[in-house]
Design a protein around this ligand. Sequence first.
Ligand code: FES
Length: 124
Amino acid sequence: MALYSEKVMDHFRNPRNVGVIEDANGVGEVGNLKCGDIMKMYLKIENDVIEDVKFETFGCGSAIASSSMATELIKGQPVKKARELTNKAVAEALDGLPDYKMHCSVLAEEAIEAALDDYDKRQK
Ligand code: FES
């Protein structure tokens, strides 16, 4: 069996929603201390809905595929739904990640959480 699913390879080779949102109203950056990989997530939220999301990931293929899939999963969704996104759901949507690569999907969950926290802070 191949180490990575076709979906992982697809999102790694053709990542969706890569880039920066200049007028984002929620930005989150997280890093993995062990491998040094970094993920930055930009959200444009309007009326409590994720209107747009983009990411920059300086990291391994699994982290890039995870961020790409995570953006697809939350785009157009209510903020509440995006808050509930888990790394497990991201990995499942990718048809699985090898056990020792699961931490890469955690980065996506945490980056979205950090961006949503930033959004909340800006609302106050
Ligand atoms: Fe660092 Fe995948 S090895 S996020």
